[in-house]
Design a protein around this ligand. Structure first.
Ligand SMILES: Nc1ncnc2c1ncn2[C@@H]1O[C@H](COP(=O)(O)OP(=O)(O)O)[C@@H](O)[C@H]1O
Ligand SMILES: [Mg+2]
Length: 261
């Protein structure tokens, strides 16, 4: 059973129903159901190993890349089952982009990191249009001013925080509907972290954003919805303020008061 706090009726961008995940015969996620809306930043919190990354990966079928992983249940994106046969997974991962814990720019120029996706998805009809997409994506990711004079430099030469914003620009460049972020700041210093958090707030409403974080302060700062996971189950879901100030489940209370990590 999951406790759901009262929520405003908004349309679900992503709707997960009874999602379970197994690695071989070991169950990692047990019957998770949640609606995620574009209007809000949604945070997934919970102790290490509780299944946050596993669940996040089901939302754009990244678990497909793990041979032992098996997904049960249904996940709909705008009402369409993303696990249906014939689903174009490459297209899906452009619509539902992902940013990882460790920034992972391609070993290519800053420009190419951002231009690559739009090019393979045929989003630009020529160089001028592609240049426009690259600039707009870098601006939206809050990186343009820092890199506009060095677009030919390698993406991997940037600082960690800049690399993470480059990865966000890369996700944005293919015009996604959802951006999944798995502990995007855990490899960054406090200043770079603050920049990413600011960026998330700026992107809010344009994309449905889901962020996994082990920092409750971060969840409280950037999200409006929070889901608490424990031992493969989603225990409680609601407004971030309710989860942190008025949790209904004992397990949530224990976690947010730091009784276990
Ligand atoms: N590729 C994998 N193969 C086997 N087990 C995995 C794999 N990834 C995660 N798990 C297991 O699934 C459970 C949930 O892990 P994970 O989703 O990474 O949790 P979290 O992100 O909350 O720390 C853990 O028990 C973990 O060991
Ligand atoms: Mg994880």
């Amino acid at each position: 059973m999951t406790t759901y706090h009262e929520l405003d009726p908004v349309e679900a961008k992503i709707s997960a129903q009874d999602v379970s995940v197994f690695y071989g015969d070991k169950q990692a996620l047990d019957s998770v159901s949640i609606d995620i809306a574009t209007e809000y930043v949604t945070a997934f919190i919970g102790p290490s190993g509780c299944g946050k990354s596993t669940f996040l990966r089901t939302l754009n079928r990244m678990n497909d890349t793990i041979a032992s992983a098996r997904v049960e249940g249904a996940i709909k994106l705008d009402g369409e089952d993303i696990y249906r046969s014939g689903m174009d997974v490459v297209q899906l991962r452009a619509r539902v982009g992902m940013v990882f814990q460790k920034p992972n720019p391609f070993p290519k120029s800053i420009y190419e990191n951002v231009a690559y996706g739009p090019r393979i998805h045929g989003l630009a009809s020529g160089k001028t249009e592609l240049d426009g997409i690259v600039e707009r994506s870098l601006r939206r990711a809050g990186l343009w001013e820092e890199v506009k004079d060095r677009l030919a430099d390698s993406g991997t030469a940037l600082s960690g925080g800049q690399q993470q914003r480059l990865c966000i620009a890369r996700a944005i460049a293919v015009d996604p509907e959802v951006i999944l972020m798995d502990e995007p700041c855990s490899a960054l210093d406090p200043i770079a972290t603050a920049k990413i958090e600011e960026l998330i707030s700026e992107l809010k409403g344009r994309y449905a954003i889901v962020i996994v974080t082990h920092s409750m302060q971060q969840a409280a700062r950037v999200s409006q919805r929070t889901a608490f996971f424990h031992l493969g189950k989603m225990v409680e879901y609601g407004k971030t303020s309710d989860i942190f100030t008025n949790p209904r489940e004992e397990r949530t209370k224990d976690y947010i008061t730091g009784r276990y990590g």
